[in-house]
Design a protein around this ligand. Structure first.
Ligand code: SF4
Length: 448
């Protein structure tokens, strides 16, 4: 096993008749519970990145953490090309490459891992949290990274905490990597005192600028104690206990949510904070849990809603009435389809998502247009057939499918951009709509 320096790298506007949430009056009140949307479960070949990809946004967020992938050259190349980073930038992730001797069992992979970690920590005293990230090769040779993490945590106690999780493509899709990383952090979170005042814990990686915007909104609402997971520093992990109220900022965190609930926290059901409506309902869920009155919510959210309305308006003319087809990728699909249909007037033809955690997604599902075809999982060939037959105006899919579909005359949007780009909250609503409008505008320009 060796670390290669070359492979080490740092990763609608509401309709005019909108109500207070910014949602159009479609006969279904925002926040009301619609009949359960039925989903077709599909199993077969799938086309999606593995969980290693989450490192690209996680390493930017937790500024004193380091992600050491224990994997192959393929893993290293995926990270290097997906992150698109400058080689001279200070890296916060790397790949310890399992070579043939390791894979054949001719070398003790644990000894080699210990040696690589020692070299890394000697060179990088700033690392306070080290994640050992499992991959397909490390799982195939049954390298037990959780035991390695325990051993290394004891060896570097007081200096660097060592945790592990799997980003293997054998059992994770790309956003599940974040879920696995945050789930590994939950047991490390300090216990909140049983008599502590209620606090709000926002869970899911948000760009720092978005996190700051939400922190200001919560403060304006009168919610004083707000923490974020992941925190910007691994040494400032938030506390958790029975008085913690959890608000998920991302829909792909089922295991993290389960572990937080196991530690006594209570999750607040809400649509995800995408678009004017989702952001308002998300903030309202927190406000209600902290006993904040509706007038205050209206006063605090009105300026943001109005800015979102103005930002979205210019994109509505491009998107309204256009048909959109989602391939399963990030688990953001139901929430995105909700924004596009209710706030931009688009028509979701098919909304597929890798996993449908109804407990987390029901508030978004309840706001999808009746009759939306909802699919959990993927049989990529059958889905491609349905997409070709439907000929949607816009297809949201992974990088591997986008170019072939473009060659067939379909307009596509790379779904990974929706995870890399800050799209949550009022101030980003216009950017979110623009991500979908841009390919349609580009097509219009290219047509002679
Ligand atoms: S973890 Fe598996 S799927 Fe992901 S890059 Fe490595 S080998 Fe490929």
């Amino acid at each position: 096993m060796r670390s290669s320096a070359a492979l080490v790298s740092p990763p609608p506007c509401p309709a005019p008749d909108s109500g207070a949430t910014g949602a159009p009056a479609d006969g279904r009140a925002a926040g009301s519970v619609a009949p359960t949307v039925e989903a077709t479960v599909e199993r077969g070949p799938r086309e999606v990145f593995c969980g290693l990809t989450g490192i690209i946004w996680l390493h930017r967020k937790i500024q004193d953490a380091f992600f050491l992938i224990v994997g192959s050259r393929t893993c290293a190349h995926l990270m290097q090309s997906a992150a698109g980073v400058m080689i001279f930038a200070e890296p916060r992730f790397a790949t310890a490459i399992l070579e043939e001797r390791d894979l054949a069992g001719l070398a003790d992979a644990n000894d080699e891992l210990d040696r690589e970690v020692a070299r890394l920590l000697e060179r990088r005293p700033d690392i306070k949290l080290l994640f050992l990230v499992g991959s397909c090769p490390s799982e195939v040779i049954k390298l037990d990274l959780s035991r390695a993490a325990q051993r290394l945590s004891a060896a570097y106690a007081g200096r660097t905490r060592v945790l592990s999780y799997s980003g293997s493509g054998l059992d994770t899709t790309f956003t599940e990597g974040e879920d696995a990383a945050l789930a590994a952090l939950v047991p490390e979170m300090p216990a909140a005192a049983p008599d502590a005042a209620s606090s709000l814990l926002v869970v899911g990686t948000l760009a720092d600028v978005v996190e700051d915007q939400f922190a200001r909104l919560f403060a304006a609402l009168g919610i004083d104690s707000v923490q974020f997971l992941p925190s910007r520093s691994a040494e400032a992990l938030p506390s958790v206990g029975p008085n913690t109220r959890v608000l998920l900022a991302q829909p792909f965190l089922a295991e993290t949510a389960r572990l937080l609930e196991k530690r006594g926290a209570r999750r607040l059901p809400a649509p995800f904070p995408l678009g004017a409506e989702g952001t308002t309902l998300w903030l309202t869920a927190a406000a209600e849990a902290f006993g904040i009155d509706a007038d205050t919510v209206e006063r605090v959210t009105a300026p943001g809603r109005e800015r979102a309305r103005a930002a979205l308006e210019s994109h509505r003319s491009v998107l309204a009435g256009r048909r959109v087809f989602f391939f399963p990728d990030s688990q953001l699909e139901p929430a995105l389809a909700r924004v596009l249909s209710r706030e931009m007037g688009m028509v979701p033809v098919e909304v597929a998502t890798p996993y449908l955690h109804r407990g987390l997604m029901e508030p978004d599902l309840a706001l999808l247009p009746e009759g939306t075809r909802l699919v959990e999982g993927q049989h990529v060939y059958e889905q491609l057939d349905r997409c070709r037959a439907a000929r949607p105006d816009l297809t949201v899919c992974g990088l591997g499918l986008a170019n072939p579909l473009e060659a067939e005359g379909l307009t596509t949007k790379w779904s990974i951009e929706l995870v890399f780009t800050p799209i949550q909250g009022y101030e980003q609503a216009g950017d979110l709509a623009e991500l979908f409008a841009r390919p349609l505008l580009r097509d219009g320009l290219l047509k002679v």
